[in-house]
Design a protein around this ligand. Sequence first.
Ligand SMILES: Cc1cc2nc3c(=O)[nH]c(=O)nc-3n(C[C@H](O)[C@H](O)[C@H](O)COP(=O)(O)OP(=O)(O)OC[C@H]3O[C@@H](n4cnc5c(N)ncnc54)[C@H](O)[C@@H]3O)c2cc1C
Length: 286
Amino acid sequence: MTLPQDRSPNLLLGATVRSAERVTPGFVRLALHGADLERLVDRGLDQRMKLLVPRGAYPAELLEPLLPEREWRRRWRALDPAARPALRSYTVGEARPALGELDVDVFVHAEPGPASAWALAARPGHPLLLSAPDAGLERAAGDRVAHGVQWHPGAAERMLLAGDETAFPAIAGILRTLPSEAAVEVVLQVADRADLALVEPFLGGAVPDVRMREPGTPGGLPLLDGVAAWADAHGAAAAALGDRFFAWSATETARVARIRSLLTAAGIRSDRAHAQGYWNDRPRSD
Ligand SMILES: Cc1cc2nc3c(=O)[nH]c(=O)nc-3n(C[C@H](O)[C@H](O)[C@H](O)COP(=O)(O)OP(=O)(O)OC[C@H]3O[C@@H](n4cnc5c(N)ncnc54)[C@H](O)[C@@H]3O)c2cc1C
């Protein structure tokens, strides 16, 4: 569920890089720390946050502590577009709020945009602002709110997870919450098999259908082939389960509609098939 900005429990949190490690060929793990991170919701799953990727030093307007989402966005919009931080969505990785610690796994694109480039250059001591749910504000908004989470399996007893590298932190976060015997099927797209290391520790008994992407080509077509093969083999049985089936997928934005239609053409209800654009296969202006 996602609340409107004026009710968002997100606050602008300040963090500092403790380490930035190339954990696999494709991923940089940013280990962040700071007192503000003690406020972070520790939910795992596909919990979304925004990184404000700096271009040089942060403007003073954004450095006031704990700005609510509506206010930091207002200030951000008023800044010179050439100088303001780039906004990029990322998944809240392993969070240890009691210690003020958070890990963020950043996939480095072949043509690095601001976020990938910043992660590659990150060194201990570098500051980073992120907008993420504050545990106290979220509690105050009510029990049923899980702001920025799209994994809503409900009564599902069979599940499908599908995604490319940018979705691996979210898929790992979701798998971490499932019992090892859960009936979950997984379709993954990678250019380098070594990047599967982000997900493999959490697969339990699931054997993923891994589709290879030609290195250097962005694309999402191999993932679509994998979802199509899954839908041919299992779509009708999953559809017959109704509420007891749930699919979650994330990949390049232009391919999302195709994933949704592959699943709904197999008879799966659209409200049981979440498909989300995680990145755009075209240069961005911001
Ligand atoms: C809810 C949500 C959660 C996300 N979580 C994560 C996460 O935890 N980790 C993570 O790495 N990403 C995650 N993403 C994806 C991330 O936001 C995008 O990949 C982002 O666009 C990267 O920003 P950038 O500045 O590096 O590149 P951009 O400026 O956005 O793009 C620069 C260039 O890179 C190319 N490009 C962008 N993405 C890809 C790609 N995936 N593969 C190949 N080429 C690409 C574009 O074509 C463009 O030419 C998430 C997205 C969403 C919506």
